[in-house]
Write a protein that binds this ligand. Structure first.
Ligand code: ADP
Ligand code: MG
Length: 701
């Protein structure tokens, strides 16, 4: 047999065997020695810290006590049956309680002996206790000389416990594993990187993460292993970026021409913010460079991303190319189409809309115009990526709200011209810096961090059901001033039927409270035919109705500057970024706008924090950070597919500094040695090749 190593199947580990191997695979995805090695402890019991019984408190997560087991008795009947031990030190007495394995415990517990016990203190009926404590017989002198000061705790499952693979069981396997292969662990990073970043060697870190000799060593081990995770992601991303810029020649936009200038000088109804100007400049610089542009534009809701997109597309048209803008939903595509037409005001460039519901006849015309090159700008949904859509000369692609599109869809747009078009990605809401660096680290990032002048910050209130009448009264005041109001209901797939019922019930109350002919209400929800939706939207846009009742369909689109109130029903059921996105539908005109969050009074901790955050701040970047802390990166829309967020130790919510350090390090490495050809970088080259076989280094020059 081959010598044991990290790729050895787990059944060959001493103490595992075929049946335990099966459960380890099924329950934890552990197939090899290496997989087990990377099953890190999720916490450590500090075996150096002891408490006296009198110091114990139910707020403590866990405590360790030395004492004597003075008495054991079995009490209760059937389901209430339990074993209770009386445990005593020189400060007091407490109970140890067991509900399981009673028969076995009665035999093995040594009444009268001294024990070290560990567990979570509780108080029940004024009686201090620990349920199912971990315990071992106390040998005087062992207290500080024991070889394990920080005992690792591993996640396990009920099923694994049946195979004696609880935390202790896994701990034993880790010990066996380290004994058999730790001597083969090798360093994977060059010496100079360890030196520059103050990292301990990998072999040492891998041992210490499981069995740290003290707190200091543990902290160093965790830091080293987190650094590796973040560093490798950045190495891959930045290598891709390097490959892109060298491999893909881009269309060179040499001129800023008539259309761009006509739009900017004669048509633009407002002055660009400095942030918008800066981003347009960045895009101009990229498109003049001869390499393909790959840029992410981040900006808060209402920061004016559309006009930046439009000006970029005009730049393309001025240079003899076509441009397209792809949006994730029909409504949003329509919205973009209308606002672009309005901004252009007729003459400057030709624009068409193509979505799933474009009639065949119109579609044919559009296809023909695209191939002839008479159509300059095409706006649409994913209908744009169908094979039948062929451009004469596509030079610039804008993708709005990227996280709803798969990477594959992005790639299809690339292939619509022999030289790939420039790619500008715009996000709907800001994403936290760390997430942007990890998810979009291969793109250049522009941030529009400024709202158009004259916007009044939206005032946000959180109200309970008991204030509903007050809320209606407020709506009436605003409507009397000529303003319009959105009321949004959640519509969540899993509870769709119930949600529609709520919506109906809400509507009934509303129509009584806001009767015709004085008040008119539009209704839009996802279950309606597109034509009806469009009709209702138009009525609201033209101010024929004052109230728009909707489900989240309006989340990503609509721009009605006269709407000044956004009421969100059952606000506790929305995610933070969704709430922020919805709120961004108001505050677009010169008037003071309001967002009213209606919720039930029974709120969980997270819902409360979400609503508090909304009331506290209008800053989308700040909100995104809270969202990341609450949900973790894996749950933030669209990140699951990214495949780069498989982090075991690093946490994008808290490890920002380390991530920045790793990224800067990689940037410098590639600056000096893009092909990693220097001997000192050989390890990095191997490291990267191992994780991504088939890299073509020749392409990097
Ligand atoms: P978002 O970034 O959310 O996509 P939009 O592009 O939809 O924002 O812009 C929001 C609104 O602000 C639109 O009505 C747009 O015309 C307007 N707007 C954009 N830029 C400016 C500006 N510099 N000054 C004033 N209004 C602007
Ligand atoms: Mg937008």
């Amino acid at each position: 047999m081959a010598p044991l190593s990290t790729i050895t199947p787990i059944e060959y580990l001493k103490g595992v065997g075929p049946s335990r191997a099966e459960v380890l695979k099924a329950e934890l995805g552990i197939h090899t020695f290496g997989d087990l090695l990377r099953h890190y402890p999720f916490r450590y019991i500090d075996r150096t810290q002891f408490h006296k019984i009198r110091q114990l408190h139910p707020d403590m997560p866990a405590a360790q006590v030395i004492g004597r087991l003075v008495h054991v008795e079995e009490i209760g009947e059937r389901k209430g049956k339990r074993l209770v031990g009386h445990f005593k030190d020189d400060t007091g007495t407490m109970e140890l309680v067991w509900f399981q394995s009673i028969g076995w415990l009665k035999k093995s517990l040594q009444v009268g002996a001294a024990y070290i016990i560990y567990g979570k203190p509780n108080v029940f009926n004024n009686q201090l206790s620990i349920t199912h404590p971990e315990m071992e017989v106390y040998h005087p002198g062992a207290k500080n000389t024991g070889n394990m000061r920080l005992q690792p705790v591993y996640s396990s499952t009920e099923k694994l416990k049946k195979f004696a693979l609880d935390s202790r069981g896994i701990q034993k396997l880790q010990a066996a594993l380290l004994e058999s292969i730790a001597h083969q662990f090798k360093e994977e990073l060059p010496e100079y990187i360890l030196h520059n970043h103050g990292l301990i060697p990998l072999p040492k870190a891998l041992v210490a993460i499981h069995f740290p000799s003290d707190q200091h060593e543990l902290i160093q081990a965790i830091r080293r292993l987190k650094f590796d995770e973040l560093f490798l992601i950045q190495l891959k991303l930045l290598k891709n970026k390097l490959l892109n810029t060298h491999k893909f020649k881009g269309h060179r936009f040499d001129v800023v021409g008539d259309r761009f200038n006509a739009f900017y000088n004669e048509q633009l109804p407002f002055t660009l913010t400095n942030a918008q100007k800066r981003v347009v400049k960045e895009i101009r610089r990229d498109t003049a460079s001869g390499a393909q542009l790959n840029r992410l534009v981040q900006g808060d809701v209402g920061s004016g991303k559309t006009v930046v997109a439009l000006m970029s597309m005009l730049l393309a048209v001025d240079n003899g190319f076509q441009a397209c803008l792809m949006a994730p939903t029909e409504i949003l595509a329509q919205q973009h189409y209308h606002s672009i037409k309005k901004l252009l005001g007729g003459g400057i460039a030709s624009v068409q809309l193509l979505t799933g519901s474009t009639p065949k006849k119109d579609r044919k015309v559009i296809h023909a115009q695209l191939e002839e090159g008479t159509l300059n700008i095409l706006v649409g949904t994913h209908a744009l990526i169908e094979d039948a859509v062929r451009f004469k000369n596509l030079g610039f692609v804008v993708i709005d709200e990227q996280h709803r599109f798969g990477v594959e869809q992005r790639a299809k747009l690339w292939r619509k011209n022999s030289t790939p078009p420039h790619m500008l990605v715009m996000t709907a809401t800001p994403i936290p810096r760390t997430l942007a660096m990890t998810l979009y680290g291969d793109l250049d990032i522009s941030v529009i961090d400024e709202l158009p002048a004259g916007r009044k910050p939206i005032k946000t209130l959180h109200l309970y059901e008991s204030s509903r009448l007050r809320m209606f009264g407020f709506m009436k005041e605003e409507i009397a001033k000529g303003r319009q109001v959105y009321i949004v209901y959640p519509l969540i797939k899993e509870s769709e039927k119930m949600d529609l019922l709520y919506l109906e019930a809400g509507l009934e109350t509303l129509t009584k409270e806001f009767p015709l002919p004085q008040y008119r209400i539009s209704i839009v929800h996802g279950k309606m035919p597109v034509k009806d939706k469009e009709f209702e939207m138009q009525r609201f846009i033209k101010a024929e109705t004052q109230i728009m009742v909707a489900t989240t369909v309006i989340e990503v689109g609509v721009d009605v500057p006269n709407a000044s109130v956004m009421v969100i029903e059952n606000a506790e059921r929305f995610g933070l970024s969704q709430l922020h996105q919805l709120r961004g539908r108001v505050g677009r005109g010169a008037e003071q706008s309001y967002c009213i969050l209606m919720s039930s009074s029974k709120l969980g901790k997270d819902s409360k924090l979400r609503l508090e955050t909304m009331v506290r701040t209008n800053d989308g970047f700040e909100i995104a950070e809270v969202d990341l802390q609450l949900r973790g990166p894996g749950d933030i829309a669209g990140t699951q597919q990214s495949g780069v967020l498989d982090l075991k130790l690093a946490d994008l919510a808290t490890d920002q500094a380390l991530l920045t350090e790793a990224r800067n390090s990689v940037i410098n490495i590639f600056k000096d040695d893009p092909r990693l050809a220097n001997p000192e970088n050989t390890l990095l080259r191997e490291y990267l090749t191992r994780s991504e076989p088939g890299i073509s280094w020749e392409k990097i020059s």
